[in-house]
Design a protein around this ligand. Structure first.
Ligand code: T3D
Length: 257
């Protein structure tokens, strides 16, 4: 169905794998369009309750395929038309998105990992704000997410100096949800994705939305947003199940409804 990505449904999760390993999963036009379609498909499929995004081979993604751009490329339009819809979709999608960062995440590949809700990072992986090395500026949400995760000073340092951040440092900086060893890679990613897929999906969607909006709102607005989100969460089947299970002293069985 797709040429540049793999789309594999495993129970209630989908694994989307960027699949141009010979080019370190750098983005060409087809991969932009297919990744967006895959995210839309995962969003629309009610049976999918967690999304894993990873890369084939030794890289997560090396960002823009530099052999695809030339002097006639308007980078602003390229971002508006191809990268930004993907980054926006990852924020909007009402399901948890896990970046399973299997190797190098450079340029927009770094940004893509930042736009996920969780980053499970292989001990072999690294993050590189490669933009500066080719005279460009960080894009695809990098200047939004990175300072919020590591603070202004560290973000500026990573953007301007363009030094590689290894897995251990990514853990220390709060970029990595968890650093995972090679031998446990697949099993730990699966377990984490399955855990998220068995949680109250609507509440997760509301948390994502509220947290994103909280950056732009004064306290009063945040309090109202929380009240509104809680009204919606309170109407969910999973809330009823959570309370019922508590009263019956059993484990809840959340269905994402
Ligand atoms: O439209 C716009 O441009 C605006 C939007 C920009 C968004 C961006 O992402 S800009 C940043 C683009 N990315 C980069 O600048 C990163 C370029 N790649 C690298 O710096 C290095 O490849 C890495 C540090 C990521 C990994 O280094 P290493 O030594 O492990 O691998 P390598 O030997 O450099 O790469 C392996 C192959 O992948 C190689 O091909 P070959 O020689 O085996 O045929 C290399 O050319 C290819 N490759 C790696 N990155 C890209 C790429 N080919 C095309 N585009 C790439 N980005």
């Amino acid at each position: 169905m797709f040429d540049t990505i793999l789309y594999e449904v495993r129970g209630s999760t989908v694994w989307i794998t960027l699949n141009r390993p010979e080019k370190l999963n750098s983005f060409n036009e087809a991969m932009h369009s297919e990744l967006l379609k895959a995210l839309q498909e995962a969003e629309n499929d009610k049976a999918i309750r967690a999304i894993v995004l990873t890369g084939a081979g030794r890289a997560f993604s090396a960002g823009q395929d530099l052999s695809e751009v030339d002097n006639s490329t308007d980078y602003g339009d390229l971002l508006r038309n191809r990268y930004n819809p993907i980054i926006q979709k990852m924020a909007e999608i009402g399901k948890p998105v896990i970046a399973a960062v299997n190797g190098t995440a450079a340029g927009a590949g770094f940004s893509l990992a930042l736009a996920a809700d969780f980053r499970l990072v292989s001990e072999k992986a690294s993050f590189l704000n490669a933009f500066i090395h080719i005279g460009l500026v960080p894009d695809s949400g990098n200047t939004y997410y990175l300072p919020r995760m590591v603070g202004h000073a560290k973000a500026l340092e990573l953007m301007v100096l363009g030094d590689k951040v290894g897995a251990e440092e990514a853990g220390r900086l709060g970029l990595a949800t968890k650093v995972i060893s090679e031998e446990n890679w697949k099993s730990e990613i699966s377990a984490f994705a399955d855990r998220l897929a068995s949680m109250p999906t609507k509440a997760i969607a509301l948390i994502k939305e509220a947290l994103m909006k909280s950056w732009d709102l004064p306290l009063e607005g945040v309090l109202e947003k929380e009240a509104h989100a809680q009204s919606l969460a309170g109407l969910s089947g999973d809330h009823r199940e959570g309370v019922q299970a508590f009263l019956e002293k059993r484990k809840p069985l959340f269905k994402g409804d």
